[in-house]
Design a protein around this ligand. Sequence first.
Ligand code: HEC
Length: 101
Amino acid sequence: MKKITVFIALCSIVLACSGNKKNGNTSSVDGAKIYKVNCTLCHGMDGKLGINGSKDITASPMTKDERIHLIKNGKNTMTPFKALLSEEEIEAVAEYTFELK
Ligand code: HEC
């Protein structure tokens, strides 16, 4: 009887874990939309606008991690976004900046 209980407990742990993986998919966050709302003011739709001393994103040599850090903490006149966007949203918008041309 004891063995069966352990077996059932293990099964539910495995099920719970596989369920979590499905929910871990971040594709529900739209990086393009976040960019349009938060970033075009200074960078423009194509990332090249350069208002308020901002730099051309399309010419940026920054890696994804560096962009995430910059978006979170801001720099000079660029707003820090860590209080405005979630971790997931910041990652999605950082990823989107690579699509600008
Ligand atoms: C208030 C204006 C402003 C807004 C809004 C803004 N930025 Fe910036 N951004 C700047 C400025 C200014 C710099 C240049 C900072 C510096 O190096 O002095 C910059 C630099 C950058 C860079 C680095 C370019 C490089 O190689 O140096 C990236 C990437 C970037 N911004 C992405 C974003 C994203 C993504 C958003 C929206 C979540 C955003 N910015 C919103 C002003 C802004």
